[in-house]
Design a protein around this ligand. Structure first.
Ligand SMILES: [Ca+2]
Ligand SMILES: [Ca+2]
Ligand SMILES: [Zn+2]
Length: 376
């Protein structure tokens, strides 16, 4: 697996002898390190902690954290399985109802992902529940991408993760997760919680829409009807194609395809959107057409004309942004600073009358919109 600067590789679902795994935490961690993983989230089954000590479990995770970050989570439930992360405290429980599991993890200060939702014997009974962060799209070799798409099409903001669910050291390593984080537990947790996560069986794959990253919502100007994407990847030698999928309420379509052999990373491209498009997400495929990488989605939302910094309102800050575009000064959007020559999406946000330049008439447009919106 290629290591990518700013991202860490790991696995967020595996078991040790604290529940039904066959190896100690130390052995699992040492195997993971050999494979190149940089973090692990242990998820031993919650009911086992009626018999075993949670505190010892946490301590053993900490002790195994040399040259790898090992964190202590848990898989809750008996027949419905729910992965709980970021737990501030812990109490074992025999809760098994779908909504009950989600609420229980929240009551422990954590958040969670539904494990193997379409497993034949340990599947999730009720997907109409609320309050979960996402679903395990890949569990070992099995995939429920179709189910993820169904949820996304219903306008649910559901994130995806991919894990081995390893019960022995030899099952580690495929698939794995890239999280956008530095080497700190808090940063890894934050990435898992917000969807700055790429699922992989080899290559790294990522994209941005304008200034928006994985798991975020990109503002698309009302008049534009297109999204500007910046797609990046690091191949392990197996990545052949990148498919850009668009999720609409009535179906999933391929918005574009990149041949990674012909085009070097990064690639900038523009894809058309429908009025009610929900989100975009990427698949990476190998030469036999198998999906070997999946990004989390970037959701799309209409942005009012004049809202240049994309914060949902039009005010004096947007007037200043537009002025800065006119004088070709740098400006911050979504925590990043953009300098002249601006990316196309930013130029389009400023060229409100669509005449191909950003000048004082565009500034006047923003000023008028800001004044109209001011309460009087
Ligand atoms: Ca604004
Ligand atoms: Ca203009
Ligand atoms: Zn499991």
């Amino acid at each position: 697996m290629p290591h990518v600067s700013g991202w860490l590789v790991g696995d967020a679902h595996l078991h040790s002898t604290y529940s039904d795994g066959n190896s100690s935490i130390a052995v699992m961690a040492s195997r993971a390190k050999d494979l190149g993983l940089q973090w692990l989230y242990l998820t031993d089954h919650a009911p086992f902690f009626f018999l075993k000590s949670w505190n010892n479990y946490v301590r053993e995770c900490r002790q195994a954290s040399t040259d790898i970050i090992v964190m202590a989570g848990s898989e809750f439930g008996l027949t419905n399985h729910y992965l709980g992360y970021g737990l501030e405290h812990f109490q074992p429980s025999l809760i098994d109802s779908c909504q009950g599991l989600i609420n229980y993890v929240i009551s422990l200060g954590g958040f969670g992902y539904i494990a193997h939702p379409d497993s034949p014997d340990l599947g999730w009974d009720d997907l109409s529940v609320d309050g979960y962060t996402g679903i395990e799209v890949w569990n070992g070799r099995s995939s429920c991408e179709y189910l993820w798409d169904e949820l996304l099409m219903q306008q649910r903001k559901v994130l995806g993760i991919a894990n081995t669910d390893a019960h022995s050291p030899d099952s580690l390593g495929d698939p794995f997760l890239y999280v956008r984080a530095g080497p700190a537990e808090e940063e890894i947790l934050q990435a898992l919680k917000t969807g700055k996560v790429v699922m992989s069986r080899g290559p790294f794959l990522n994209f941005e829409v304008g200034p928006s990253e994985l798991g975020e919502t990109a503002g698309i100007p009302e008049r534009s009807g297109v999204a500007h994407l910046n797609v990046t990847w690091v191949s392990d030698g197996t990545l052949e194609l990148v498919r850009i999928l668009r999720v609409d309420p009535d179906g999933i379509s391929t918005a574009a395809i990149i041949d990674t052999v012909l085009s070097p990373s990064p690639v900038e491209l523009t894809v058309p959107l429908e009025k009610n498009s929900i989100c975009l997400r990427l698949q990476g495929l190998n030469s036999s057409g198998q999906v070997i990488a999946l990004t989390n989605p970037i959701w799309v939302q209409e942005l009012a004309d004049g809202d240049i910094n994309g914060d949902g309102t039009i005010n004096i800050l947007d007037v200043i942004c537009c002025l800065r575009l006119v004088i070709q000064a740098s400006l911050p959007v979504n925590g990043k600073v953009y300098a002249h020559p601006y990316p196309r999406w930013l130029f389009e946000r400023g060229d409100l009358n669509g005449d191909g330049v950003v000048d004082i008439s565009d500034v006047l447009f923003v000023l008028r919109s800001a004044l109209n919106r001011q309460p009087r």
